[in-house]
Design a protein around this ligand. Sequence first.
Ligand SMILES: *Cc1c(COP(=O)(O)O)cnc(C)c1O
Length: 387
Amino acid sequence: MKDSKNISTRLAHLGSEPISYHGAVNMPVHRASTFVFKTFEEFKDCFNAEYRYGREATPTSRAFERTITGMHNGGYGSLSTSSGLAAIIAVLMSFSKNNSHILVPDNLYGFARGFCDETLTNLGVEIEYYDPMIGADIEKLVKKNTSLIYLESPGSLTYEVQDLPAFVKVAKKHNIITAIDNSWATPINLQPFELDIDISIMSATKYISGHSDAMLGVCTCAKQEHYELVQSTIRQLGNCAGSEELYLALRGLRTLSLRMEQHTKSGLELANWLSTRDEVNKVLHPALPSCKGHEFWKRDFKGASGVFAITLKETDETKIAKMLDSMEIFKMGFSWGGYESLFFPEQPHASRTAKNWDEPGFLMRVHSGLEDIDDLKEDIKRGFARL
Ligand SMILES: *Cc1c(COP(=O)(O)O)cnc(C)c1O
């Protein structure tokens, strides 16, 4: 499918090859470890074969990866992994060596932060957290051995939007690789390669698969050399995505643009409504001026998604428990991007080291699912009454 087609058209057809599967529209689940070779000659040339061993690639993984690459404007190729975290780890490992210095935003996805603080630090990589709003001043943190500027925009839990072009400009000047966690916007709402970022990472567990039933990650590289390096890391780590998960994500991709539209619409309506409520201190939604970096969101993003955060004025946890324990629709749990609404009551204070988190109130991540918006508001209204 040509890049000139709009993304919803691309998503309906990319990676699909009905002609190879008796006309069946969907790519089957290939459960494969072994691919057999017809001749000794072919076996000797197996390193050039498209399929060799299930851990490396199957027609299902290739179809998923081609679809993800095709969603991006530009980009050389994509690599699937067993989870979003595994994709982040593969990229971090690929661009850090013993004694290299990498710059990471303070609002980095929590488990990636754990990997930086423990494994990478133990391997002799110098991790430096930066204030996500630092922008062009990131140059002051650049050292001779800086190998990677990692970006996540908006950032986990607190949703600051980064001045991405300012980071890219500094990175280009000093020949440093840039990678972004684009799980929140997906290429539907942010095209990393149009901003000259080198690598785009997504937790496909979230909106891509979209039904809370699969763990999967993916990273897409703008350049062939980076693709080959990350591919080699993933293979050395022995990481691979499960075939069922790849199938589920491919299926999810077919309806992604429609789901994103609805998640965005409900999310915005909830965010606007919540900002009028007395119980709420602040709404941290990139599309609202109350969110740090809102001006960068307006400039760089085509849209939003359904996940954002609020701070509640109430901080008494027994009162908060009264609200949360009896919610009918909003359940509490990890992840987001499924069809169902979720709350995630996690406080960012302990995981900030570059700059203290000093917003008052109790922070809660809100994921707006595909339920009716009036029902969602009613559920929260009743919850606020219990507060
Ligand atoms: C959930 C999440 C991840 C990790 O993805 P998994 O598929 O759960 O491993 C990475 N980045 C962000 C921003 C996330 O929200």
